[in-house]
Design a protein around this ligand. Structure first.
Ligand code: NDP
Length: 278
């Protein structure tokens, strides 16, 4: 599996697994945990979750999926609600996530999006959890360049910014992506498959996929990972056939012709756009 280096030197897989909408229905939980386990076996060992997903249900599914595996064999990412991103509320929110995940420490804890809490206070709360060994590192999500700049000196300790990035949402290529790359900080691309919607039915994408004997979803993932070193993609898949496809996508190398055709169908940004988010 291709890897990406975090600012502290840790290598993580460039392709992980998302969990939004998992843990919402009790009847689906077993199948969802099975899908995550299949992904782990295929090298998708970074799992992204959040206290928000299924109001804790997704974290419980992840806990089920990783139970019995060596803790170091998985890189666990979870996210704190903005209303819990304070000195007062974060320790308990983190503790609840750890309990649902059945682990002692998170590999990465992210601010889900910016809310009312001052960023400096959120950073102080993250740093306190890090000193206590509850989290190994922290990062942010849905923050645009101006918000990252506001982190000041703390930006050097921020592991990633998790943002919307796929063929039909390329705004970050104008400024956020180069900004992060210049600082050796990878971006985590969420919804890399456009949530399985219209993007995957595009004709140009289908043509590139046909040339590679691949599916449009696989080309969308290979495209997100095309830049050396800078992007981690976290597709969510509960269907085992999807998990297998996604795991194989990391090995696909797109040609200059593929990239030109995809640029024509999904043009890169020509000017600054506000950061898009779901
Ligand atoms: P994705 O772009 O990952 O798309 C998921 C959808 O695509 C599901 O319906 C899935 O179906 C389908 N799918 C998966 N693999 C394939 C495939 N090979 N072929 C066709 N369809 C496929 O959307 P998400 O919004 O879930 O984003 C991924 C993850 O990013 C989230 O799960 C979450 O962890 C994170 N995220 C973070 C956000 C943030 O604010 N920080 C916001 C949004 C997402 P099925 O499940 O049936 O296999």
């Amino acid at each position: 599996m291709k890897t990406v280096r975090l600012p502290d030197g840790t290598e993580v897989p460039a392709l992980g697994q998302g969990t939004w909408h998992m843990g919402e229905r009790r009847a689906d939980r077993r199948a969802e945990a099975d899908a995550l386990r299949l992904g782990l076996d295929l090298g998708l060992t970074l799992i992204d979750t959040a206290e928000m997903y299924g109001e804790g249900g997704a974290e419980e599914v992840v806990g089920e999926a990783i139970a019995g595996r060596p803790r170091e064999s998985v890189f666990l990412v979870s996210k704190v609600y903005p209303h819990n991103a304070t000195r007062r509320a974060m320790p308990a929110a983190c503790e609840r996530s750890l309990r649902r995940l059945r682990v002692e420490t998170l590999d990465l804890y992210l601010l889900h999006w910016r809310g009312a809490a001052p960023l400096a206070e959120t950073v102080a709360a993250f740093e306190a959890l890090k000193r206590q060994g509850k989290i190994r590192r922290w990062g942010v999500s849905n923050l645009d360049v101006a918000d990252l700049e506001e982190l000041g000196a703390a930006l050097a300790r921020c592991a990633t910014d998790q943002v919307l990035y796929n063929l039909s949402a390329r705004g970050i290529e104008f400024d956020l992506l180069p900004f992060c790359r210049a600082r050796g900080m990878p971006v985590m691309a969420y919804s890399p498959l456009g949530q399985g919607g219209r993007m995957l039915r595009d004709r140009a994408l289908a043509a590139v996929a046909a040339r590679h004997g691949a599916t449009p979803a696989q080309i969308a993932l290979a495209w997100a990972l095309r830049a050396p070193g800078g992007v981690i993609a976290i597709p969510k898949a509960a269907d085992p056939a999807h998990v297998r496809e996604n795991a194989a996508a990391a090995a696909i190398v797109l040609t200059p012709q593929d990239l030109a055709e995809l640029d024509a169908a999904f043009p890169p940004p020509k000017r600054k756009r506000p950061l898009a988010m779901l």
